[in-house]
Design a protein. Structure first.
Lengths: 303, 226
């Protein structure tokens, strides 16, 4: 058993070197597959980042009347925070609102003098609500329309945002669906390429397989070196792709930062999830390659 | 040793490989099977090495019944029968030594035993010193001798040769036939399919003539009649 195991591993390595041209061709095709899959991961990451960036810039500001006490507003804040759709509710007090107003209109003396004429602070406190995602704004808007909250609200930007939010929700859904569709198409193309490459590789070996059987090799003795070679091809292909992807991320990162006007952290994402990203890819493509190898060999092993 | 009772092999309706073949080959015999192309000689060889299964009849070889042999037992059968083909069937990416050793490796023979047996059989076929060459670096006769060496490593009781000299010139043909005669003298049964009239007539051994899938003549010390 140990002798046979050692031999099949040895045969796998020898075949790899002696059929170097074919080995390199198979590896290069597998590299294209792994590159496609990583491109997909990156595209998906940026799609999510883009949606996140847009969603972060959308919020709903609720302006309360100056006579509504902070306690009541904080009560509303608590109520809103407890909603599952709400990510964060920021409380801006009357004083902070006034300061912000003055800052915003620092270059407009007419407005500032009008404010001085009024005397006391005319502004009420504000709650700035951020939702977990664009589709969550609907339930939040409904909550703000409840009578207990509506009676306290002097003004809100809800109406201004409603159309934008709806459009945003539609766009993000479409983008996500398109990304999913693209992923499926890419995955399908990759699978077909891998499957056919392995079939061609085995076809080239068909006479060799027949000869091995002729001199009394069992099916496993013939099959296992090919399966080991398939695993080797995948490990090498993924290794090279990983070595290419990391420097590429270093180039993409600054461009992405400039585009999103924020740190998107694609390199950090890869560093934090490299085991899952490469592990799943290796697992899926290797599994498929092994299935293709076993199926392709089947017909030649029958004789 | 080898017994065929009413063996037929059909490749489809009306396509006959062999038909109602009855044959008994005793241990230690040297049997030549002759006949025109397409008469069923190679089908007979394929049946003997279990590359094909008979459509009907009984084919016993050693202790095996070919019609009922399980796929997983075929490697065991093939390790007991040495097979030599016209087109050599050597592994092109393996050296002479590795090609011969491979037949032992697949059987799980120890490395030490392989290192003893392989040089020995290569000496028998006069290929010592060419162990590290690849098949394409050898002449046709040398390639066929590698195949014979490979077929001998398990000390088989039967050697089946399908047109072993078909691709060789007369000098190499004589060499190969001499090797088979030597192997036969040591007690191994040799079944050789051939077209070569001179070989058959010179051997003066048993000759089976096959025509349209049937054995039409069976002569001890026979001659090439067609």
């Amino acid at each position: 058993m140990i002798v046979s195991t050692t031999r099949v591993v040895k045969f796998a390595f020898k075949d790899f070197w002696r059929n170097l041209g074919l080995s390199l061709m198979t590896i290069s095709i597998l590299m294209l597959t792994y590159l496609s899959l990583n491109l997909l991961v990156i595209v998906n990451f940026f799609t999510d980042a883009a949606i996140q960036a847009i969603e972060n810039r959308v919020d709903v500001s609720v302006y309360f009347g100056p006579d509504v006490s902070d306690d009541r507003i904080l009560g509303v804040r608590g109520e809103l925070t407890s909603l599952p759709e709400v990510k964060d509710v920021e409380f801006i007090s009357r004083e902070q609102a006034l300061e912000q107003f003055k800052l915003n209109h620092a270059g407009e003396p007419e407005i500032l003098s009008a404010l001085q004429e009024v005397g006391e602070n005319p502004l009420g406190a504000v709650l700035v609500i951020k939702a977990k995602d664009a589709s969550s704004y609907g339930p939040i808007l409904e909550a703000l329309d409840s009578p207990s909250i509506k009676s306290l609200v002097a003004d809100k930007t809800v109406e201004d945002h409603r159309a934008l939010i709806e459009r945003l929700t539609t766009v993000t859904n479409k983008v996500q669906k398109a990304a999913l569709g693209l992923s499926l198409v890419f995955a399908l193309i990759s699978l077909l390429i891998v499957f056919n490459t392995i079939r061609v590789a085995i076809y080239i070996h068909r006479e060799e397989i027949a000869i091995m059987r002729l001199v009394g090799a069992s099916s496993n003795f013939v099959r296992i070196p090919f399966l080991i070679e398939t695993v080797m091809f995948n490990l090498i292909a993924l290794g090279i792709v990983a070595a290419l992807v990391y420097p590429a991320l270093g180039v993409i990162e600054p461009a992405a930062r400039a585009f999103f006007d924020a740190d998107v952290g694609i390199t950090a994402y890869y560093q934090a999830h490299w085991l899952q990203i490469f592990g799943y890819q290796l697992g899926a493509v290797t599994f498929l390659s092994l299935v293709a190898t076993a199926l392709s060999m089947g017909r030649y092993l029958k004789k | 040793m080898i017994r065929l009772k009413n063996i037929s092999k059909m490749y489809g309706p009306g396509i006959v490989g062999v038909k109602n073949v009855n044959l008994h080959i005793r241990p230690g015999e040297f049997v030549s099977i002759v006949g025109q192309s397409g008469t069923g000689k190679s089908t007979l060889v394929k049946l003997l090495i279990a590359e094909e299964k008979p459509t009907s009849g009984s084919l016993q070889i050693g202790g095996w019944e070919i019609g009922r042999i399980r796929d997983k037992d075929v490697p065991g059968l093939r390790r007991q029968i040495g097979v030599v083909f016209q087109d050599f069937k050597l592994l092109p990416k393996k050296t002479v030594y590795e090609n011969v050793a491979f037949a032992l490796e697949v059987a799980g023979v120890s490395g030490r035993r392989i290192r003893e047996v392989v040089p020995h059989v290569l000496r028998i076929v006069n290929l010592s010193g060419k162990e590290n060459r690849y098949p394409q670096q050898l002449s046709g006769g040398e390639q066929q001798r590698v195949v014979i060496a490979r077929s001998l490593v398990h000390r088989p009781k039967i050697i089946v040769a399908d047109e072993p000299t078909g691709n060789l010139d007369s000098i190499h043909t004589a060499e190969i036939v001499d090797i088979f005669k030597k192997i036969n003298e040591f007690g191994t049964t040799v079944v050789m399919v051939t077209h070569n009239r001179e070989i058959v007539n010179a051997l003066r051994k048993r000759v089976l003539t096959i025509h349209a899938g049937e054995i039409v003549a069976d002569h001890e010390e026979g001659k090439y009649l067609i």
